[in-house]
Design a protein around this ligand. Structure first.
Ligand SMILES: [Zn+2]
Length: 132
């Protein structure tokens, strides 16, 4: 299952970039259609690989990119979900690229934000107490 090895290398990258004390909320991944990544299998791999790591309890947001198609007959180029299509000139286009695998973002709560959130919660509790 290649999704599991993708999950493991993602966790390694996140570990390198995650500031100390921060809690990872979500990891954003973009994959080209040529990769053949199945979202369900990827989510399952994420659940299996993350416990005990910096990514524990985080979400994996996977975006599968559309195919980039190029018609060599007329030079038209477009993006589409479907690879078996005919160009408007009648020729069959070929996919270009599609092999990308990119970690596009990491959502974290930093140690300060976590402390802030706690004090916000305290403030709203005391505000409520005053209002009553
Ligand atoms: Zn064409």
């Amino acid at each position: 299952m290649h999704e599991l090895s993708i999950a493991e290398s993602l966790i390694d990258i996140v570990k390198e970039h995650c500031p100390a004390g921060a809690v990872v909320q979500a990891v954003l991944l973009e994959a080209g259609p040529m990769r053949g990544i199945d979202n369900e299998a990827m989510q399952f791999a994420w659940q299996c690989a993350t416990p005990g790591t910096v990514c524990q309890n985080s979400r994996l947001e996977l975006r599968i990119l559309p195919w980039q198609l190029l018609c060599s007959a007329c030079g038209a180029q477009w993006a589409g979900e479907d690879i078996y299509v005919t160009c408007k000139c009648g020729q069959t286009p070929c996919p270009v690229g599609g092999n990308d695998l990119k970690l596009t973002g990491i959502d974290v709560l930093t140690a300060e934000e976590l402390a802030q959130e706690e004090s916000n919660a305290r403030v709203s509790r005391s505000e409520r107490a005053e209002a009553e």
